[in-house]
Design a protein around this ligand. Structure first.
Ligand code: DGL
Length: 256
């Protein structure tokens, strides 16, 4: 049985990449909802419908856990998935809590980058209200970034211009941490680190999510039994998109 990772597109590979490194005795399936990427500009109802359709397909495979390697899909549909399916469902949320803990003492600010849908959800607002008692968290949607990423555009000059435009109205000297709250964004983590003032840390939720996956598999006695095999699937059954997943996977294996 495999651990399934799900995202709208190539973003969730950044989480699965961490899982493959940490959990060598597991096998993996990655399913991208190619038909409906990007989720960020869509409504919660649309995304919930697409995620449930994809989950039906994924559950046709032999899987022991379903990781929603997508902050947007988690905020829209994790509750619905857990209500519907018996398989363990592990979701993601922007790493706001660790970021606040890193900056609470110094009073430096935290900037959360995520899709417009993630940032507009009550789930996100409640998370910030719960952990940010000093009011140090700001949020910035990056609507074009998923598109750049899905086109496998990692051009440092073009993306550097894009990021500089997005950050133009922020006084970055006041920020201590940038949270990548969308699983597509870590493809640009190194570029961001090279553009931002050196004191700013860039973090994401992959490691925490993979720790949670490992714990849940252990608790249920489901851990192990695999050998690091990885299989790619997509909702359009499009071989060209599976090739894109392989290319993106190679980028991660090469760079991270
Ligand atoms: N990778 C997704 C996330 O973590 C969503 C990207 C999208 O489809 O807009 O939020």
């Amino acid at each position: 049985m495999s651990i399934a990772f799900f995202d709208s597109g190539i973003g969730g590979l950044t989480v699965m990449h961490e899982a493959v490194r940490r959990l060598p005795d597991e096998d993996f399936i990655f399913f991208a909802d190619t038909l409906h990427v990007p989720y960020g500009p869509k409504t919660k109802e649309q995304v919930t419908e697409y995620v449930c359709e994809s989950a039906e397909r994924i559950l046709g495979e032999s899987i022991k856990a379903l990781v929603i390697a997508c902050n947007t899909a988690t905020s829209a549909a994790a509750t619905e998935l857990r209500r519907t399916y018996a398989v363990p469902v592990i979701g993601m949320e922007p790493a706001v809590k660790p970021a606040v803990e890193m900056n609470g003492a110094s009073g430096q600010r935290v900037l959360v980058l995520a899709t417009e849908l993630t940032l507009s959800q009550a789930k996100y607002r409640e998370l910030v209200t719960r952990v940010d008692d000093q009011g140090i968290v700001d949020s910035l949607p990056m609507p074009e970034l998923v598109g750049y990423c899905e086109r496998l555009n990692f051009d440092p000059a073009e993306l550097g211009d894009y990021f500089n435009r997005q950050f133009a109205s922020f006084d970055l000297s006041r920020y201590g941490t940038i949270v990548l709250g969308c699983t597509h964004y870590p493809y640009y983590a190194k570029l961001l680190e090279s553009l931002l003032p050196p004191h700013i840390r860039v973090i994401d939720g992959s490691a925490g999510t993979v720790r949670r996956v490992a714990r849940i598999l252990d608790e249920r006695g489901f851990a192990g039994g695999g050998s690091g095999r990885v299989r790619f699937m997509n909702s359009a059954d499009d071989p060209a998109y599976n090739l894109k997943l392989e290319q993106a996977w190679a980028v991660l294996n090469h760079e991270m």
